[in-house]
Design a binder for this molecule. Sequence first.
Ligand code: SAH
Length: 348
Amino acid sequence: MSTGDQKAQGRVPPALPPPVQLFLMSEGVVISRALSLAAELGIADLLADGPRSGEELAQATSTHPRSLYRILRLLSSVGVFTEARPGRFALTPLGECLRSTVPGSMRSWLRMVGLKVWFHTYAEALHSLRTGEPAFARSVGMEFFDYLATHPQEGEIFNAAMSDFGRGVAAAVVQEYDFSGVDKAVDVGGGNGSLISAILQANPRMTGILFDQPHVAEGAHKSIADAGLAKRCEIVAGDFFSSVPAGGDAYILRWIIHDWDNDRALTILRNCRAAMKGTARLLLVETVIPPGDEAHPGKLVDFVMLIALGGQERTADEYTQLLDDAGFRLNRIVSTASPMSVLEGMPR
Ligand code: SAH
């Protein structure tokens, strides 16, 4: 009997026994790994024009046919592909998002999640639990952003991953947050510029500054030009622990403050405050951790922040306190259709 039939008859399927539920949770890493492998191999792009056999896919990706078949069968069991006919695979709506250049593409994100360096970091996670310090620095021997700076290929995958996930979030922010009164926005640690691009495209009278580390700023020229914004968006290189560009009406920081412990977050926020006129506003785009047991994507990312950077996701109360310490009043929290909210701070 299908689940639908059971529901129709008012019967709820019995919950799996607790040991089985724990077993399935423990194997979450297997799904993650299989998704990253499929993304790395570009399987979804190979299925863009229609179903193909496992044999063909193995040939096109230089993989061992039976082994690839088993990964595709696994991913079909969780709805990413479908084994439309025995041995032939097709895309599902989830699989479509594994393609490279489609709206909603998560391919770069999954490639980033599959970077080898994470597995060394997970192996050292107990160090973070004992000390609050990033396991990344201990296992890899340098801080996270220094690693990306010195490993350009992985740095590029990281920046593309931020854009993948960032485009959908940017659309949700532009939908919910009213930028009237903002002539110039500064995107602090703006990465490839997926957020400032969406804001400037939706608000044609605005100009912007994308600010990031020199090697990231250098790479952002192409994406800003591709978005047709070369004339409206200046790109400035620097270090937000020293200073940020002055003269903006809004200072936007998406996925910046969550990267850092309170001391370093305060340094960045105070540098923003120092660059701001009294009428300018601060906009943090972050997840806000809800109280209690509620499942929330921020609670997953929080663990990654701990082990990668010693950073953290925060509750509304924690943001209120942090902004207060940096010279801002948390004016309001605007929720969006994405898991991210816009926290609006006004200089005190
Ligand atoms: N805001 C972007 C990127 C978030 S990832 C987005 O939402 O897509 C964090 C960003 O902080 C990266 O682009 C990284 O290069 C930048 N960053 C890290 N340390 C920095 C520093 N010291 N000065 C300026 N930018 C920095």
